[in-house]
Write a protein that binds this ligand. Sequence first.
Ligand code: AMP
Ligand code: GLY
Length: 415
Amino acid sequence: MKILIVGAGGREHALAWKIAQSPRADAIYSSVRAACGGKVIFAGNDLSKKENVLKFCKDKGIDFVVVGPEAPLADGMADLLRENGVPVFGPGRAGARLENSKAFSKNFLVNYNIPTSKAETYTDFASAKKAITEHALPVVVKADGLAAGKGVRICLTREDALTAVVDFMEKKIFGNAGDCVVVEEYLPGVEASVMAFVDGEHYLLLPVSRDHKRLYDKNQGPNTGGMGVYCPVPDVGEKELEFIKREVFDKVIAGLKKEKIDFCGIIYAGLMMTKNGPKVLEFNCRFGDPEAQAVLPLVKTDLLELLLACEQKKLAGMKLDVEDGACVCVVLASEGYPDKPLTGREITGLAQVNTAVFHAGTEVKDGKVLTKGGRVLGVTAVGENLRAARRKAYAEIEKIHFDGMQFRKDIGELQ
Ligand code: AMP
Ligand code: GLY
């Protein structure tokens, strides 16, 4: 089988690495150059536009496309491929709305009685401003559309909340994504990322993981796309999982069916574990990044078979076998990340590393590996338990260097 993976980050590197382990995968086309070798072939850089992807599929005779990031899904890439007879893992535009419109997903949560924080949606500046002056503090202000993980502000003061509304609605720092804002109750607690394979009728949960969104240790500093992940999460046990299945995923599947949204792909629920039980903060319509980098190494079942089962609506017959141990992924980021990452710096030591290193933002020039993005590498280690995985990941990081490299030292230390 010939497979194309769309996307060029650490998540897509992890997908290529895992899919390559499947005996059914003959060739995997990837835009992550560092993933290439063996069965994995470089697909070129120009694969974010759906028309280009369709042409690539026809030219190369691709049998199956796996879409990594949310933007092409929101843009209808999966619809276009399906209309042209190319099987694809990833929802169409309708399903992608669960992620790309916070207002849509909030309505979905409320309509199907899924536990979530209280929130109101505003499309005009005056009403949004009035709402924040009356809201209890802290208050959470969110831009409705996709904003690369930066459209959420936790505001401790009314001034901060006002700044957020001005930035989103008046200054339009995220363009149209801020035409509508969600003003939301703040929920204290620890977070958990729960991802499930979905075929439209059934779902299969992946092991629960925990991302670390803040830049600095002990959850300080600005929000980022994610600085590291551990999996599994000891404080989300059987009891919590039963609740999450019954109150979240069963209801999501029922809701999608009611709305006639045929969803093939991953549904990722970002949960806050509050003292009143788990509550949904957001949905994503794809694998989490860096979550995928720490979850996929623990999956024993053939990943390609699972992805195909979603596409063929055969998930009900599948089982997910998972390693007993734990996995830790630590993100190495550029100086200046997340605001203004400085790139083009040489990375040394990679050849000495004895664990999986997923490339999120690198390029090769004149035989040297250089930094090319905010998040650069995901150093990922599996161990018999969290402590062992953590020790190994940090020991391997010692071998890697680039100027200005920053990373959290507390990934895998339980919160
Ligand atoms: P979102 O993109 O909606 O997941 O928000 C990004 C991050 O902001 C989450 O991972 C949380 O850390 C934080 N967050 C979002 N909504 C809330 C909320 N209602 N209460 C507390 N923290 C939140
Ligand atoms: N790690 C958070 C996300 O993928 O949205």
